[in-house]
Design a protein around this ligand. Structure first.
Ligand code: ZN
Length: 250
């Protein structure tokens, strides 16, 4: 399938499922986990900052790390890729589904999930905390006034970062919703993710297996590329613009 066919498929589809990864955040200047590990944090192993065991041993350190990352994402703003996907949802309404591997909350801040479609943050959100006692999820206060740990507004227990850590499962209901959406999608978009990170490959192949068109946007070829209907070899914002922006008069 060529680019014109991919554009036409997106235009006519009523049901679209999208998966986004780190490549979408990169253009907003969001550092990856390892890129954020500078200075004081460079000496830690990732699993010493992002695992249930680390949190049990040393919740203060884990919260300091996440408070810093929360401050980073608060300073960042959604980029053209986030806005193009929010625009696609405005067009498709309830037929639009977006699952993200990113924890920066930028899709929500670009208003994805607010136009009749659905946004699922598979790995959690840095701007919220979760109560391990009663399950309440609550937004964090402004980074300037935030002193961890936050306290549950319902039961007053200390809350943990609302992030899926090493050694934890992705939330089952979120995965089930994503799987359902990809199986039912006429067109699936895989944006800014290498395709090897679970669950990207599985979702793409589920959509293909059910007869959907699957389009990838990524600067490099991925292990999924040979199986997909079309690949746009570009950054998330330029690739999505090529797929979604109206034809320019020539
Ligand atoms: Zn609680």
């Amino acid at each position: 399938m060529n680019l014109a066919d991919a554009r036409a498929a997106l235009r006519s589809a009523r049901r679209i499922a999208v998966l986004t990864g780190a490549g979408v955040s990169a253009e907003s200047g969001i550092p990856t986990f390892r890129d954020a590990q500078t200075g004081h944090w460079a000496r830690f192993r990732p699993e010493d900052l992002a695992s249930p065991g680390a949190y049990r041993r040393d919740p203060e350190t884990v919260w300091q790390w996440y408070a810093g990352r929360y401050a980073d994402v608060t300073r960042a703003t959604p980029n053209a890729a986030h806005h193009l996907l929010a625009g696609l949802e405005r067009e498709k309404g309830s037929g639009f589904f977006l699952a993200t591997q990113n924890v920066d909350g930028l899709h929500a801040r670009a208003r994805s999930g607010s136009h009749g479609g659905r946004l699922v943050e598979l790995h959690g959100n840095l701007s919220t905390a979760r109560c391990e006692t009663c399950g309440t999820v609550a937004p964090l206060p402004d980074p300037e006034t935030f002193t961890p740990p936050p306290t549950c507004p319902v039961c007053a227990s200390p809350m943990r970062p609302n992030i899926v850590w090493f050694g934890e499962y992705l939330p089952e209901d979120a995965l089930e919703a994503a799987s359902h959406a990809f199986r039912g999608a006429e067109v699936a978009l895989i944006v800014g993710t290498s395709g090897v990170v679970y669950p990207a490959a599985g979702l793409a192949l589920e959509a293909m297996g059910a007869g959907g068109v699957v389009i990838e946007v990524n600067p490099e070829a991925t292990e999924l590329t040979p199986y997909l209907s079309h690949s746009v070899r570009d950054t998330a914002s330029r690739g999505l613009a090529a797929l979604l922006e109206p034809d320019q008069p020539r």
